[in-house]
Write a protein that binds this ligand. Structure first.
Ligand SMILES: NC(=O)c1ccc[n+]([C@@H]2O[C@H](COP(=O)([O-])OP(=O)(O)OC[C@H]3O[C@@H](n4cnc5c(N)ncnc54)[C@H](O)[C@@H]3O)[C@@H](O)[C@H]2O)c1
Length: 448
């Protein structure tokens, strides 16, 4: 058996830790041997878990990448604005790169990174994790086998749940389109990547409409203060009441309750029905506080006091109608591909449940699917009316199986194999997102 490959990790936040955990579970295949992360607790915890030598632990990517190459690959999971520079530097230093999406914030930067990969002969994989899920790869194989004939139309919806929208795009890191990246790039470059993958063609022209209409001041309940913790008269009825969301994990429990009837679903239903239940069971009271995502994003102190402090002082305690957000909360994009296929991408942030839904109509059949908890995938043939239902996995968190899939793919690349996607494919999905953004903001059709 070959020796495990080595990787460095740049950015040990939510995503970086997910990728690193794959190495931790598969030490015979991949070892994390260097880290750059400014937040002390994250840096130290990850270095400890992976046994990283003290001389390979850094507070910033510049210091790590100033050293000669120490591993086969670099995993770059910093925030959107900090992708291009470390990616180019890592490639120039001789690392194969796994880079979080979006690749970069301008078309020119995306092309620069892909060109650097091409010039250095190294692999650049962008974390379009959905391609690696069973659900979307099954769709790809159904299309490739010609089951539904020639496809002419694609309808794809990215239904962002109301609480995910509020957390990430109203209160959180992605609320300002210029400081992070526009919603269509931040949230939908995955969807555009899938659409182009299914269409197997390049876009000809793109148009897009949308806006920010719900999460604005005009929709604030009467008398609502700037922060939920300041005594809001609407707190009992507001789905965005931050104490319910972060301290008690109400909306995550509701999402878990909607999953297939597993032990966790049942437990979540009980907790929602009898919120005081757990507090009365000796030894379990501490679990009445939610200590998983999204609470882990807002504070590393997940005690009641720590969470309430974060809500009183940080952005996640703000009323969703009093934030400085400017991301759209709904947007429709229409794409005409060179091979004639037309596609509609619908994105909105008011879904009861986080999921992607899609439909494709071909000359011989129609494919319909839902990706998310309680998902399904079916094909109905025109001639016989026969339906085939394909078994699909329910994935509450969106793409856990895709996260593992992309890591397996990256390890294949580090071992000299071919990856599933190319840097050029990823550049295309990003160019489509920039075009859709331009089409919406300038109210025009963008030709490719
Ligand atoms: N592929 C996906 O499906 C998916 C899903 C969610 C987020 N993302 C993307 O992943 C990226 C990271 O998101 P996240 O939620 O993990 O964010 P995060 O803020 O939790 O993590 C980013 C980390 O980078 C660290 N960092 C900041 N400056 C640094 C520097 N100079 N050197 C090294 N590290 C530095 C931060 O301290 C932080 O720990 C974002 O670009 C986001 O858009 C991708």
């Amino acid at each position: 058996m070959s020796e495990p490959k080595k990787a460095i990790l740049i950015g040990a936040g939510n995503r970086g830790r997910i990728y690193a955990s794959h190495a931790e579970k598969n030490p015979g295949m991949l070892n994390i041997v260097g880290i750059a992360e400014p937040v002390k607790e994250r840096r130290e915890a990850l270095a400890r878990q992976h046994g990283i030598a003290s001389e390979n632990i850094f507070t910033s990517w510049e210091k790590l990448l100033a050293l000669p190459r120490m591993a086969d690959g670099a995993i770059i999971a910093t925030q959107d604005t900090m992708h291009a520079e470390p990616a180019v530097k890592a490639l120039v230093n001789g690392y194969h790169v796994l880079l979080e999406k979006p690749m970069a914030l301008t078309p020119e930067e995306c092309i620069r990174i892909a060109d650097t990969a091409h010039r250095t002969g190294l692999t650049l994989n962008i974390c379009h994790v959905l391609r690696y899920t069973n659900f979307f790869s099954k769709i790809k194989s159904i299309l490739s086998e010609g089951v539904i004939g020639d496809i002419h139309t694609i309808y794809h919806a990215e239904n962002v749940s109301y609480h995910h929208m509020a957390h990430s795009y109203v209160r959180g890191n992605w609320r300002r389109s210029h400081e992070a990246s526009p919603m269509i790039l931040a949230k939908c470059c995955h969807d555009l990547d899938l659409i182009a993958w299914f269409a197997e063609s390049q876009p000809n022209y793109i148009s897009s409409i949308g806006g920010l209409d719900h999460f604005t001041f005009k929709n604030a309940p009467e008398g609502a203060p700037g922060r939920c913790t300041d005594g809001c008269p609407a707190d009992a009825k507001c789905p965005y009441y931050s104490v319910d969301t972060y301290l008690y994990g109400k909306h995550m429990k509701m999402a878990v309750a909607r999953t297939d009837s597993t032990f966790f679903s049942l437990a979540a239903k009980l907790l929602l029905r009898f919120p005081g239940l757990i507090k009365r069971i000796p030894g379990l009271a501490k679990y009445s506080i939610w200590t998983l995502w999204p609470t882990t994003t807002i504070t590393s102190d997940t005690s009641k006091k720590g969470i309430m402090n974060a809500l009183r002082e940080g952005p996640y305690g703000k009323c969703v109608y009093h934030c400085d957000n400017d991301q759209v909360d709904h947007q429709e994009t229409i794409i005409k591909f060179n091979n004639g296929i037309t596609a509609v991408l619908k994105m909105h942030g008011l879904a009861a449940q986080e999921c992607r839904t899609l439909r494709m109509d071909g000359s011989r059949g129609t494919l319909r699917g839902k990706y998310g908890a309680g998902g399904h995938l079916e094909v109905q043939m025109h001639e016989t009316g026969k339906k085939t239902v394909y078994p699909v996995q329910s994935d509450l968190l969106g793409h856990a199986e895709g996260d593992a899939g992309i890591m397996k793919n990256f390890i294949t690349v580090l071992n000299g194999g071919r990856g599933l996607t190319t840097a050029q494919d990823s550049v295309m999905s990003h160019l489509m997102a920039f075009a859709a953004h331009e089409a919406r903001t300038d109210q025009k059709v963008v030709m490719f």
